[in-house]
Design a protein around this ligand. Structure first.
Ligand SMILES: NC(=O)c1ccc[n+]([C@@H]2O[C@H](COP(=O)([O-])OP(=O)(O)OC[C@H]3O[C@@H](n4cnc5c(N)ncnc54)[C@H](OP(=O)(O)O)[C@@H]3O)[C@@H](O)[C@H]2O)c1
Length: 292
């Protein structure tokens, strides 16, 4: 991973894998509701190429986005993947009515890994996150053993189908259990300036040399809206979105962000966050946004 210019710097895990702290999230490159093709596929290809040209060295996806749609766009835009890694997720599938279904039995995970290999057009997957979670909002960690599903992925890694493993929507106990089975390079959870349930987890992962990848850095389907973000952005001559991303990059050295966008102009705005210094008074104001 790494292409020379590294927006926001890089974080190197205890396994020696480095991620540019500014990544890119491909989920919303699919159609509405993360289903079917996007309205403007050519723009989606341009966005992906521009992100990598700007130095972003990892793109987040899942074969259940579309389904298959974001992986196929990524393949068309980025194969043979020079200077960029693809981080995919397994553990879910989409139902016929567009529902998001858990699918974590070993045979289901093996199928999903094979499907990712096919749709991305590769012989080995760079990083595979086991997505767990659930709960009332569908995006919170739910305690429970990961031994069987993570063990199945560890076997696939040993067979050479996966280079590195990660986790998504998990708690500290689940990270510890997974690490007793195989190395974990990243944990991907919901975290942003208004949703901060994972402060302790981030610090714990930093001590273990694991990247914490913040999903929904801009609020996802419920865009972050805050007068404080707007006011800080205005003072700094920036945008509220860039300030929200810069806040994450200031949070801890192991925090990696994967903002998503389907538009080149938004991509440029988001990448600018890597250069945005937040003065102490701005950080103090942003601290007040808080939330769980
Ligand atoms: N592990 C998990 O369970 C999980 C769950 C959710 C998401 N994720 C990952 O996290 C990544 C990020 O999530 P996300 O894309 O849903 O949410 P996000 O990055 O928080 O926000 C993306 C949304 O913000 C808009 N946006 C982006 N930049 C903007 C800008 N500069 N100005 C105005 N609007 C802007 C985008 O619309 P435009 O297209 O119009 O720019 C899009 O609707 C996903 O791609 C996915 O890979 C993982």
């Amino acid at each position: 991973m790494g292409t020379g210019n590294t927006p926001g710097g890089t974080f190197t895990t205890s396994e020696g894998i480095s991620f540019t702290r500014m990544g890119y999230g491909a989920m919303q490159l699919a159609g509405p509701g993360v289903w079917g093709p996007p309205a403007d596929r050519e723009e989606a290809v341009r966005v992906l190429r521009a992100a990598v040209e700007a130095g972003v060295d990892h793109v987040d996806t899942a074969d259940f986005y579309g389904p298959h749609v974001t992986n196929e766009i990524i393949r068309d835009a980025l194969a043979p993947y020079t200077g960029v890694s693809v981080v995919t997720k397994v553990g879910s599938v989409r139902g016929a009515n567009r529902e998001w279904l858990h699918a974590r039995r070993p045979e289901q995970l093996r199928e999903q890994v094979e499907s990712n290999l096919r749709t991305l057009g590769v012989e080995v997957l760079d990083v595979v996150n086991l997505r767990v979670g659930g709960g009332p909002d569908g995006h919170s960690a739910v305690p429970g053993s990961l031994a069987e599903p993570f063990g199945a992925l560890a076997e696939l890694r040993e067979q050479g189908k996966i280079k590195h493993l990660g986790l998504s929507v998990v708690d500290a106990e689940q990270v510890a259990e997974a690490r007793s089975i195989a190395p974990v390079v990243t944990v991907q959870n919901w975290y942003n300036v208004a949703h901060r349930g994972d402060e302790e987890l981030i610090a714990g992962l930093a001590a273990q040399g694991i990247a914490y990848t913040a999903f929904w850095p801009l609020g996802g389907f419920t865009p972050l809206q805050s007068g404080v973000l707007d006011a800080v952005a205005e003072r700094l001559g920036s945008s509220a979105k860039a300030v929200a991303i810069a806040w994450l990059l200031h949070r801890a050295p192991n925090v990696v962000v994967i903002p998503g966008t389907s538009k080149l102009a938004h991509l440029r705005e988001n990448l600018a966050a890597a250069e945005l210094e937040l003065p102490a008074d701005a950080l103090a104001e942003l601290e007040g946004i808080g939330g769980a």
